[in-house]
Design a protein around this ligand. Structure first.
Ligand code: FAD
Length: 436
């Protein structure tokens, strides 16, 4: 098992992984455990993805006297980041799957591959699918997203088996891949892009780009059409400029068509059997219909009363403790994260800040002043990448906000081949941070 690291070392660790830039130290007592100190305190983390693994691992690295259990739902984790690459045969599916074995072996985390079905905030107790219960002093949830089934008429869980969303990686990714492979040349691959806020703002446009790349090589008479609920999207200028260079965008032979919400792009109904997407004034016949529906926090957050009427979890950004229930922290896509996007990198950054705060609270220390960082890479083709990077802090009005001048998007005529290499390296580093 790894040895304890102190706070100075932790900040170095977090900085190396590009997440927490600064935490100030001060020490008035406000012990929160039932036993009055951190030794033997119990933290249960629900969700073994981009946020949950990091929260569990960094608590153990900062204070191994804390007992950490990670409830993962599954035996292995399947990553959404890079699932668009797998969709178009750039890598095998196995590249997305990761084992929790090293978290148990190297960090002494108890990993339980079960689903948490209920949380009792008063009794500080979590019930698992098996009926077993886990007591906690503090719980951390990173359950990811749920879908607003029925928000698009005709689109429910059953419809997703015909018209996959592939917005949670796994069988849905495989299904969409099979459909793309089976699509005839001359076919239409329609992506229904969701309204804000949603998981991975550039994701649908990266998917459109890579599918266009696949079609160009394999089925050149085909087309990708994005029917969008919105009028603008993340890194739009860079996507458009890349699409012009690579896919004849805005010409008669364009491989990609994007229909904005105000140009009748918003899909209100689908017929999953016939693969038809219906907008206010039109009907679009697809060969492959990829519906990414409107989203909300993962089910366990909603069931525990951690969400507000937006469907997402309001939290205190200094600690990521829920504003709805005490002693429960929420990180990742399920939260209302201020100006941070719903990304894997942001979930990593939030989880580190949350881990540090939980360790402080359990040790009776005041929590520090955090900063966060996020970088999102997108591929437009295997050798053409773009990115956006930003640093965040709590501003003078107490809001989690981007730091002016601290980041930005990659230059329009930048080194897109190098960005593609950085993207792959980003994935390798972040999964090491989570699972190694
Ligand atoms: C196509 C696509 C591409 C993306 N690309 C990128 C990218 O390049 N870079 C980037 O930063 N982000 C990217 N993202 C976004 C990224 O996937 C999410 O932001 C990130 O996964 C959020 O982390 P999380 O911990 O909130 O949720 P997740 O990583 O989804 O983890 C949640 C985990 O909790 C588990 N769980 C849920 N409920 C329970 C329960 N009750 N009991 C036990 N376990 C439970 C789930 O099964 C899941 O394993 C992409 C997303 C998509 C869809």
């Amino acid at each position: 098992m790894k040895t304890r690291i102190d706070r100075r070392e932790f900040i170095k660790f977090a900085g190396a992984a590009g997440a927490v830039a600064g935490i100030t130290l001060s020490l008035p007592a406000c012990a929160q455990t039932k036993n009055g100190g951190a030794a033997g305190a119990k933290v249960v983390v629900i969700g073994g993805g981009y946020g949950g693994t990091i929260a569990a691992k960094y608590i153990r690295m900062m204070d191994p006297s804390i007992d950490v259990t990670l409830v993962t739902g599954e035996k292995t984790f399947t990553s959404c980041p890079m699932s668009n690459w797998v969709l178009v045969n750039m890598h095998e599916f196995e590249w997305l799957t990761h084992s929790y074995d090293k978290l148990a072996a190297n960090y002494g985390i108890t990993v339980i591959p079960e689903t948490a079905t209920k949380i009792d905030p008063e009794g500080r107790k979590i019930t698992l699918k098996s009926g077993n219960t886990l007591p906690y002093d503090r719980a951390i949830l990173s359950p990811g997203i749920g879908f607003k089934w029925g928000a698009i008429e005709g689109y429910d869980e059953e419809a997703a088996e015909l018209c996959p969303h592939a917005w949670q990686a796994g069988p849905q990714t495989k299904l969409l891949h099979q459909q793309l492979e089976a699509m005839p040349d001359g076919g239409k691959f329609i992506i229904v892009a969701p309204p804000d806020p949603f998981r991975c703002p550039p994701g649908p446009y990266e998917r459109a780009s890579l599918v266009a790349h696949y079609l160009k090589a394999n089925k050149p008479k085909s087309k990708v059409i994005i029917l969008d609920a919105k009028d603008k999207f993340s890194k739009q200028e860079l996507f458009v400029s890349g699409w012009q260079k690579l896919y004849g965008y805005e010409t008669d032979n364009s491989l990609i068509e994007w229909v904005a919400g105000s140009s009748d792009g918003k899909v209100v109904e689908v017929d999953p059997q016939r693969k038809i997407a219906v907008t206010e004034f039109d009907e679009h016949q697809a060969d492959v219909l990829n519906v990414i529906p409107p989203q909300k926090a993962g089910a366990i957050a909603e069931a525990t009363g951690l969400t507000d009427d937006t469907g997402w979890c309001p939290v205190d950004h200094k600690t990521w403790e829920s504003k709805m229930q005490p002693n429960i922290h929420v990180v990742g896509d399920a939260t209302i994260p201020g100006s941070l996007p719903k990304s894997g990198y942001a979930a990593n950054s939030e989880a580190k800040v949350c881990a540090a705060a939980v360790v402080d609270l359990l040790n009776g220390r005041e929590v520090g002043e955090p900063t966060w960082v996020n970088t999102c890479y997108s591929l437009l083709a295997p050798d053409y990448g773009i990115s956006v990077a930003m640093v965040y802090r709590i501003d003078a009005d107490g809001q989690l906000n981007s730091v002016e001048g601290a980041g930005g998007v990659s230059p329009k005529d930048g080194n897109s081949a190098a960005e593609a290499i950085y993207a792959e390296s980003w994935y390798s580093n972040i999964v090491d941070d989570m699972f190694a």
